[in-house]
Design a protein around this ligand. Structure first.
Ligand code: IMP
Length: 430
């Protein structure tokens, strides 16, 4: 019956895939509400690894309906590849996946434009999946929507209009203007993808609303993380969508009163990919050890992730802007054997103490984190199935975090396997 939103509480890559997979066992429907193929989950299917960028990991549970919501930006080629990879393994059967006709489409010219931007001053180290330019087209009201893939005349007109605007930018950056053959390839590719996807395209918002009204357990799966949110993140080093819990309402088409619970996912330390302020970033030698212990390499781009100490001040912002009921703490096992651990409790800036990251990026770059240091632990915690199985220092680490951010733990992950999880509170319990 409950409607649960799961959001990243940091800079993305918090381990949402595993938590969504676990919660999906109790869900009837899993819905993505924002972003696109900039996200990535590595799914293990019968010993095989499959990386999905668009399809929610709930797809592994055959009775769970999966929905790509209105607020997403969808690259039809990537989506078709994912569907094919899942179907080759007997997953993603007919009727299991619904794609919103209102979601926007990423086409080649979005990636061309992004490649140009990422070579210019002001580059932020994006995933180069065309995400930002697709949201630009949407905000400029020139976007191609999934529903347009079945309307050839409108699609041609929109593509021509977009290329008229983008071509001078490509030329100014020394790139060739797309020729007729290339333009036809973009349009024909989009139309062909539209034909294949047609049986899965529909009114996602109404479907989700009906499921909620019918008492189903619905899980909204956030992408990226709170600090990459276009409004509340470390602007301009952010993604282009509303990653926070409120984004679930705008990105699906359900009202805020429908949402019962919001769970924030946080790693037991911090990582960030791409540029931008990262106050608790470790010095490289320490980061390197944590990166290898935590296998911190991007699922989408393979980039090594920057590593840092847990930032309770940043998590306080996540608790506030998402209205978090609880935290799912992941990768606690990675902390083992790494010596004493630091936790940032606030920042000093111009003589003042801040308990949340400041709004301005340059202020955040100048802010000095204030740390407390807690004892680490050497005892293996992977087999832990209750809190009492954890070493005392790990329990202290968690209770200190709860106290610092004002939100309780609902789940603790102590290893990559599903079984390596301590479920403290079930978000779907009445
Ligand atoms: P974009 O979303 O590709 O436009 O990238 C904007 C910023 O968000 C860059 O710093 C990316 O590295 C970051 N980013 C986007 N998606 C993810 C994600 O799923 N995990 C972590 N970082 C991400």
């Amino acid at each position: 019956m409950p409607v649960v939103v799961v959001v990243g509480a940091q800079w993305g890559d918090e381990g949402k895939g595993k938590v969504v997979d676990l919660y999906a066992e109790r869900a009837d429907m899993v819905v993505r509400y924002g972003g696109g193929a900039n996200a990535g989950h590595t799914l293990v299917i019968g010993g095989d690894k499959v990386v999905t960028h668009l399809v929610p990991s709930g797809i592994l549970h055959q009775r769970v309906k999966c929905v790509l919501g209105d607020g997403m930006v969808i690259d039809p080629t990537t989506l078709l590849e994912e569907i094919a990879a899942l179907r080759a393994r007997g997953l993603c059967g007919d009727g299991q996946l619904l794609i919103s006709s209102r979601a926007h489409v990423i086409l080649d010219y979005h990636r061309w434009l992004e490649a140009v931007r990422e070579e210019q001053k002001g580059a932020i180290g994006t995933t180069r999946r065309g995400i930002g330019p697709a949201y630009e087209s949407k905000a400029a009201r020139r976007g191609v929507r999934v529903g347009d893939l079945g309307r050839p005349a409108r699609l041609r007109e929109l593509v021509a209009q977009n290329l008229d605007e983008i071509t001078p930018l490509l030329l100014a950056a020394g790139r060739p203007a797309p020729g007729r053959a290339e333009i036809d390839r973009v349009i024909d590719g989009a139309l062909a993808a539209g034909e294949k996807l047609a049986p899965m395209i529909g009114d996602a918002g109404r479907l989700v609303d009906r499921a909620i009204a019918g008492g189903e357990n619905v899980l909204f799966e956030g992408a990226q993380g709170t600090l990459l949110d276009i409004d509340h993140g470390t602007y301009p080093f952010v993604t282009s969508s509303s990653t926070i819990a409120g984004g679930a309402c705008t990105g699906v088409g359900v009202g805020p009163t429908r949402i019962d619970r919001v769970i924030g996912i946080s790693k037991a330390y911090c990582t960030r990919v791409g540029g931008g302020p990262f106050p608790t970033e470790m010095e490289e030698a320490t980061a390197e050890a944590w990166r290898h212990a935590g296998q911190e390499f991007g699922a989408t781009t393979g980039r090594p992730r920057r590593c840092g100490w847990l930032d309770a001040a940043a998590l306080r912002l996540a608790v506030r802007v998402n209205g978090l009921d609880g935290i799912a703490l992941t990768k606690l096992d990675v902390v083992r054997g790494r010596g004493p651990v630091k936790v940032c409790v606030g920042y000093r800036l111009d003589g003042a103490t801040l308990d949340e990251p400041p709004a301005d990026g340059e202020d955040l770059l100048r802010a000095e984190p204030e740390y407390i240091e807690l004892p680490g632990w050497d005892v293996e915690s992977r087999g832990a199935r209750t809190i009492d199985d954890l070493p005392a220092a790990a329990r202290t680490y968690m209770s200190t975090l709860e106290r610092l951010i004002g939100a309780p733990m609902w789940l603790v992950s102590v290893g990559a396997d599903r079984a390596d999880t301590i479920l403290l509170r079930d978000p779907f319990a009445g």
